[in-house]
Design a protein around this ligand. Structure first.
Ligand code: FE2
Length: 492
């Protein structure tokens, strides 16, 4: 049986490789000294295709070490959360999980304060990795992180601090803003009341504000208890229904619920909630929870903003907007995602909306020297739209979404350039790395994995960000299945 997310572009690889002799073509930019890594789901043991969810597959990191214009190695490694370590015949790594929330760590991988972290959301702690992507164990940043974390922190380029908004159904009706200092310890925690238990996958940061996307995908008790044994499901449903989305659940209760789901339905317990108002919140970065100002918007879902900035009394938010999410299917994608601009007018309270690009697209990135600042260029991966006529309501799920192009948005001139990767070549997320600290905004390289379906191998591809021309590639001996997020990690 197939379900579209265990085969084709998502088919897992079966072994961990360490390869030091790598073929390359073209040039690898000589200024790149560090590692590029990307993570995604790659089940170690075959899951039940009828219940497997893309977001819950065991995480695997694929990384390439670059130095002096050379590719020194490629490594792929599973991130050993406790259950996976046991299935692999290994000891779970030392370190304490938060509230029993220890599951596949598969969504993002990045470095901070000289350490490497694999990230997932919804209550699980980050997992620290070695420089070679071996699993160290769950991490609470030297005891300073209360609870779980997010897959999408954002680094303030002025301070080097990592800002984050985390969610967890056990916190009831609140989400948590944290600031992780440049030294790798949490220095600020603000709990923010929301209307229930939303899936808040990402957020935006501006110079003075944290932007919250409080949107109608929320914790679904029916899905959460579907895998519980009958004797436990009744009492647990009764208990949780009284508190989920309203009050903080005691950690032992959450841990018992999580334990009872083991071996049960491994799906994602979040779904579209038509009764949950969609809104965007502005939290002053130095404020507290009572300072949040909310702006109502039309229902939709955002996994990923591109960037955000302030223009006088207006907050400009560029986001990849999905018309709906998890309403009729558990596979992401109910309607084509588009690049939209929302402008929040702090004087009038009004929200303006503008479609910047209607090509189906995801994985938006930009020059991260400009996080929260006015910027001109954005990048993403998407479909080559030549000759097609996608509409907003057209279904485009990830099982069939094969991004065959890298997009460059010029937001000043409102035009988008498209780089076609070629027949049967599927893009993962592309990250921008500037040529130097002082170089212009699009003076640098875009890098990401491209899966060639004809050879069943992947390349780490380099594009000139100014022209989108391919300048070089590292040819890997294996495939990198389609997955989630990647980052350049410069050598400290
Ligand atoms: Fe994401």
């Amino acid at each position: 049986m197939t379900n579209g997310i265990l085969d084709g572009q998502y088919a897992p690889v079966r072994e961990e490789l360490t390869v030091t002799e790598l073929k390359t073509t073209g040039e690898i930019p000589a200024h790149l000294d560090g590692r590029y890594a990307r993570i995604g789901p790659n089940p170690f043991t075959d899951p039940d295709p009828s219940t497997y969810h893309l977001f819950t597959g065991d995480g695997m990191v694929h990384g390439v070490r670059l130095r002096d214009g050379r590719a020194e190695w490629y490594r792929n490694r599973w991130v050993r959360h406790a259950d996976l370590a046991r299935r692999m015949g290994e000891q779970p790594r030392p370190g304490r999980a938060h509230a029993g929330m220890d599951y596949a760590v598969n969504t993002n991988v990045l470095s901070h304060a000289g350490r490497t972290f694999a990230l997932v959301e919804a209550g699980c702690r980050p997992y620290e990795l070695t420089d070679e992507f071996e699993t160290v164990g769950p991490c609470d940043f030297d005891g300073t992180l209360p609870g779980g974390y997010t897959a999408h922190p954002h680094r303030d380029p002025a301070t080097g601090e990592l800002h984050a908004v985390s969610y967890f159904f056990g916190w009831g009706d609140k989400v948590r803003y944290t600031v992780l200092g440049a030294s790798g310890r949490v220095r600020k925690v603000v709990d923010i009341p929301v209307g229930g238990s939303p899936m808040m996958h990402d957020f935006s940061l501006t110079e003075n504000h944290v932007v919250l996307y409080d949107l109608p995908v929320t914790f679904d008790l029916r899905l959460a208890t579907a895998g519980m044994p009958g004797a436990l499901a009744g009492p647990m449903t009764s208990l949780m229904s009284r508190v989920v989305g309203r009050r903080t659940l005691p950690e032992p209760v959450v841990a018992a619920a999580i334990r009872s789901r083991r071996g049960g339905v491994p799906g994602l317990p979040y779904s579209w909630n038509p009764d949950y108002p969609a809104r965007v919140g502005l939290l002053p970065r130095e404020g507290n929870a009572t300072d949040v100002r909310w702006f109502d918007i039309d229902p939709c879902y955002v996994f990923h903003p591109l960037n955000a900035y302030e223009d006088g009394d207006t907050i400009v938010l560029d986001v990849v907007r999905h018309p709906r999410m998890f309403a009729t299917t558990t596979v992401p994608g109910e309607g084509a995602p588009s690049l939209d601009r929302w402008t929040l007018d702090k004087t009038t309270g009004r929200v303006g909306t503008d479609r910047l690009d209607d090509r189906p697209q995801e994985f938006p990135r930009h020059d991260e020297r400009l996080v929260g600042r006015p910027y001109r260029y954005g990048y993403g991966v998407g479909l080559d739209m030549a000759g097609s006529d996608f509409g907003e309501g057209d279904r485009i799920d990830l099982a069939v979404f094969e991004p065959d192009a890298v997009l460059k948005h010029d937001l000043l001139n409102r035009k988008t350039e498209v780089h076609h990767l070629g027949q049967g070549r599927i893009a993962s997320e592309f990250s921008f790395v500037p040529s130097s600290d002082a170089s212009d905004e699009d003076d640098g390289v875009l890098m990401g994995y491209v899966l060639d379906t004809a050879t069943d191998r992947s390349d780490l591809v380099f594009l000139d960000a100014a022209t989108l021309e391919q300048t070089g590639a590292v040819h890997l001996p294996s495939r990198v299945p389609s997955g989630f997020h990647g980052n350049w990690m410069p050598t400290p």
